[in-house]
Design a protein around this ligand. Structure first.
Ligand SMILES: CC(C)(COP(=O)(O)OP(=O)(O)OC[C@H]1O[C@@H](n2cnc3c(N)ncnc32)[C@H](O)[C@@H]1OP(=O)(O)O)[C@@H](O)C(=O)NCCC(=O)NCCS
Length: 155
């Protein structure tokens, strides 16, 4: 059984977090066997810090070492199904050495709290069907929606 480490702090990124966030962002790409251009790192991070753009990143930081051990990227969008926007979690990654200690749960919980603060409490995300490890967490903090994702060919 995992337990949330009291020394782990989750907060929105600041300018100083770019290196820590970038390290995990690259590991996340390795996990998905994709490789985005470095310019996308800069583009994303600028948007995270821009208060006029509704995309954010939060990091989990080890309060003792200061090391960034987890990241979650999320955004807000309109929906015809509601007056309120919805929050979509785009990316979630916890450093290999820090897993099954409640860090992933804390990161999603942080997004729930941000969503509540913004009065847009609906939060959703996608998972690969084969990602059973992630789903061990997801079934404890959410429910599996009865949807299948389709994509335009080539994208
Ligand atoms: C998925 C991921 C973010 C989970 O992060 P994590 O910090 O290990 O998850 P947590 O420790 O918060 O997990 C919380 C719950 O899930 C369960 N769980 C998570 N991983 C588990 C595992 N490998 N074995 C057993 N239970 C597990 C825990 O029992 C825990 O429940 P509990 O708190 O009630 O005991 C992490 O494994 C990861 O970064 N994986 C690679 C990237 C990835 O898959 N991202 C998600 C893409 S959709």
């Amino acid at each position: 059984m995992s337990s949330a480490d009291d020394n782990v702090v989750v907060r929105l990124v600041t300018e100083d977090d770019k290196d820590g966030w970038q390290r995990l962002w690259r590991s996340y790409q390795d996990f998905y066997k994709v490789s985005f251009p470095n310019e996308l790192d800069d583009f994303n991070f600028e948007r995270f810090l821009d208060p006029t753009v509704k995309i954010w990143a939060a990091v989990a930081v080890n309060g003792l070492s200061g090391e960034v051990i987890g990241m979650i990227n999320f955004l807000s969008h309109m929906s015809t199904w509601d007056f309120k926007d919805k929050i979509y979690i785009n990316d979630l990654y916890v450093d290999g050495n820090s897993r099954v200690k409640g860090v992933g749960r804390k990161l999603i919980q942080f997004v729930y709290e941000e969503a509540d603060k913004q009065e847009t409490p609906s939060v959703y995300w996608c998972s690969d069907e084969s990602n059973h490890r992630a789903q061990l967490l997801y079934t404890k903090i959410g429910y599996k929606a009865n949807k299948t994702i389709y994509k335009r060919n080539g994208y």
